[in-house]
Ligand binder design. Structure first.
Ligand SMILES: [Zn+2]
Length: 349
């Protein structure tokens, strides 16, 4: 039995279509995983991945549509010649069709993405920032237009604190109390979100404690000396201005507050665990509360400047075991020191 050429072509075409779901699902899978990683990136920043979901459903729809065409094909296995032609057609179809979705993706991730990035810059648009490798501190400013300050800023943190002018500084008035708290591993550090109601007053300005978190080793240095760890207590005033109190941490005897935080470490990243008992925040501070102060920035992207830094001159101590617990999560999460430039450091006596 011989089929006339036109019907042969028809069969081949239909076979090509029937085969396409495989190609479609492969590329669909690619689309999906790319979309997933992108969505994850966006979710980091915004908690949503709307645009990407569209891509995913488009690929699904395509696969569905192509599957519907499949039942038309019934091939007699005995027709060797026909099979050979079909195989040839298959390879043709593969060659011409499989690159198509890739082209579509490139178009989507290319011009369009740049355009939308210009319009509405998304934090971490090119993947999450890190403390080493291609997304490390030297590249933060390249990762997202919003991180520009990390590279261009002239008043960045941390710094090596030295040659401050010795002055009498007004003591920071700490108004901390026993507070409910939630611990979160945010992918960059262990952070403790505290309930409102803890405040400091400095230079006549009132700031509320929002959260504190840890770095290892300490980001700031005192006369070149880097400490085992540091806790950053982040405060915000009503206008959104930030004041960060840094408590340096050295190895010594164990610290009850740090232990309480470690006890409440969530098992999974980006999930909060509420502490059962309140945290006595006063205990986080050294007895001697003299400090040095300078104007700097967030030490993580987007490296926003205009942050009032107050670094306690005397460290508190935590045990070697407490340090090693943090090290297992974050062996190194400290930004390198930044140039001081023409900034003034005031050293409280
Ligand atoms: Zn910090």
């Amino acid at each position: 039995m011989k089929l006339p050429l036109p019907s042969l072509l028809l069969v081949c075409l239909a076979w090509g279509l029937a085969l396409d779901p495989v190609a479609a699902s492969e590329s669909g899978h690619k689309t999906e995983s790319k979309a997933e990683s992108k969505a994850e990136t966006k979710a980091d920043a915004k908690g949503e991945g709307k645009g990407e979901r569209k891509t995913e459903s488009k690929a699904d729809a395509k696969a569905d549509a192509k599957t519907e065409g499949a039942p038309e094909i019934k091939l007699p296995p005995s027709m060797g010649e026909l099979r050979e032609m079909i195989e040839h057609k298959i390879s043709e179809v593969r060659a011409t069709r499989s690159p198509a979705p890739v082209v579509r993706l490139q178009a989507k991730g290319g011009k369009g993405a740049e355009k939308s990035a210009r319009k509405e810059p998304k934090p971490e648009a090119r993947g999450p920032w890190a403390y080493d490798g291609p997304s490390g501190p030297a590249h933060w400013h390249e990762l997202n237009p919003e991180f520009k300050q990390c590279g261009m800023g002239q008043r960045q943190s941390p710094i090596d604190i030295r040659d401050g002018i010795p002055v009498e500084l007004d003591p920071i008035q700490f108004d901390y109390k026993l507070s409910a708290f939630r611990v979160i591993d945010n992918g960059h550090t262990v952070q403790v979100n505290v309930e409102p109601g803890n405040r400091i007053v400095v230079n006549g300005r009132r700031y509320d404690l929002v959260q504190f978190h840890f770095h290892r080793p300490s980001e700031e240095r005192l006369n070149g000396r880097q400490f085992e760890m540091v806790a950053h207590l982040v405060h915000k005033d009503l206008e959104g201005k930030l004041a960060i109190v840094a408590v340096l941490i050295e190895e010594g005897k164990g610290h009850p507050i740090v232990q309480q935080v470690w006890n409440n470490l969530p098992l999974e990243k980006r999930t909060e665990q509420a502490g059962l008992q309140g945290l006595d925040l006063q205990q986080l501070l050294p007895e001697d509360r003299r400090y040095v102060t300078y104007m700097g920035s967030l030490s993580t992207p987007p490296c926003t400047e205009g942050v009032l830094w107050m670094v306690m001159k005397k460290p508190v101590s935590v045990s070697a075991q407490q340090i090693s617990i943090f090290s297992r999560l974050y062996p190194m999460n400290a930004r390198p020191v930044q140039p001081l430039g023409d900034r003034l450091i005031k050293d409280g006596q």
